[in-house]
Ligand binder design. Structure first.
Ligand SMILES: [Zn+2]
Ligand SMILES: [Zn+2]
Length: 304
């Protein structure tokens, strides 16, 4: 019989989530992740921010309802990049809810946006060259959070990773999303070194991609510098992050890692769990977000 997987994120609201909601502290729900649609909601009090929506507006609304969240809470939307699994329903969401859509500053200038979409520019992506971590440029979304962005490397221009800083009931939480990138960078490590919850792509296992159903061109695209993160890359990033956190004395602060955008064809939850269990020696707790599943924050006592 197959071994039971221990590291799957919870589809039911966790105590930690419910407590944060009751207290008005920042928290989140993953509404779904993977190649058939990505949507993250970050909530503080009665306000919420959406990062990516690869689902139709209707389906997104159903997912919000299933999570017990009212779309009217949403004050702004953001996108990491313009692939349809991240932005299919985002413009409609922006128009229907009359909320601004924050995008890369170059994308904001493009004529691509449908009439009625309120497009706003994020700050220039952080590079950290010659700057301290604290010098990163951020954009303020009034009443909800500040947003820092950093470049990702993907086969569509102006792709971003994002770090949100949210404050509610005297508690500040930082959330980072790194998805759809063929490489990791110093800027990414720095932008999420003191983040409370990191949503990190763990797209494919190299061996499963090799023997999988994709043709050679698609395999090269996925594994290329402008494709997706392999489990080895994800693990190397986690170890770099751990080292920087030790150097920068961030270790007193708990950090949880949620694996996202896990390929259904070139990866399995079993394979990912096995490889991370075998290789990751850092201090962060981690959970896997299965394709399309709703995931709430892991419990405080959840060990690795
Ligand atoms: Zn994607
Ligand atoms: Zn993409």
């Amino acid at each position: 019989m197959a071994r039971e997987l221990l590291h799957i994120g919870s589809e039911a609201p966790t105590m930690r989530y419910q407590e944060a909601r009751e207290k008005g502290e920042p928290t989140f729900v993953v509404l779904g992740t993977g190649s058939s649609g990505n949507a993250y909601v970050f909530v503080v009090g009665n306000a919420a921010i959406v990062i990516d929506n690869g689902f139709s507006y209707k389906k997104w609304g159903e997912k919000m309802a299933a999570a017990g969240l009212d779309p009217k809470m949403v004050k702004a939307a953001l996108i990491t990049h313009t692939h349809s699994d991240h932005m299919y329903g985002i413009e409609r969401l922006s128009r229907m809810l009359k909320v601004p859509l924050y995008v890369h500053p170059r994308l904001a200038e493009e004529p691509r946006w449908r009439k009625g979409t309120i497009v706003r520019a994020l700050a220039e992506p952080s590079t950290y060259e010659g700057r301290s971590c604290r010098g990163a440029k951020t954009v303020l979304i009034p009443g909800v959070c500040t947003v820092e962005s950093f470049s990702t490397s993907h086969d569509v221009p102006f792709s971003l990773g994002l770090t949100l800083s949210m404050k509610g009931s005297g508690v500040t939480k930082r959330f980072s999303v790194i998805t759809d990138t063929g490489i990791t960078t110093d800027a990414m490590v720095r932008a999420c070194r003191d983040t409370d919850a990191l949503f990190l792509e763990a797209n494919y296992d190299e061996g499963l991609l090799e023997i999988g159903p994709y043709d050679d061109k698609l395999k090269a695209r996925v594994a290329g510098d402008r494709g997706h993160l392999s489990i080895s890359q994800t693990l190397a990033f986690m170890h770099e992050l751990e080292a920087l956190r030790v150097d920068d004395s961030c270790m007193a602060q708990r950090q949880d890692i949620y694996f996202i955008h896990i390929s259904e064809r070139n990866n399995t939850l079993e394979c990912l769990e096995f490889r991370v269990d075998a290789s990751y020696k850092g201090s962060s707790a981690w959970r896997m977000c299965p394709h399309g599943a709703r995931v709430y924050p892991m419990e405080v006592q959840d060990a690795r």
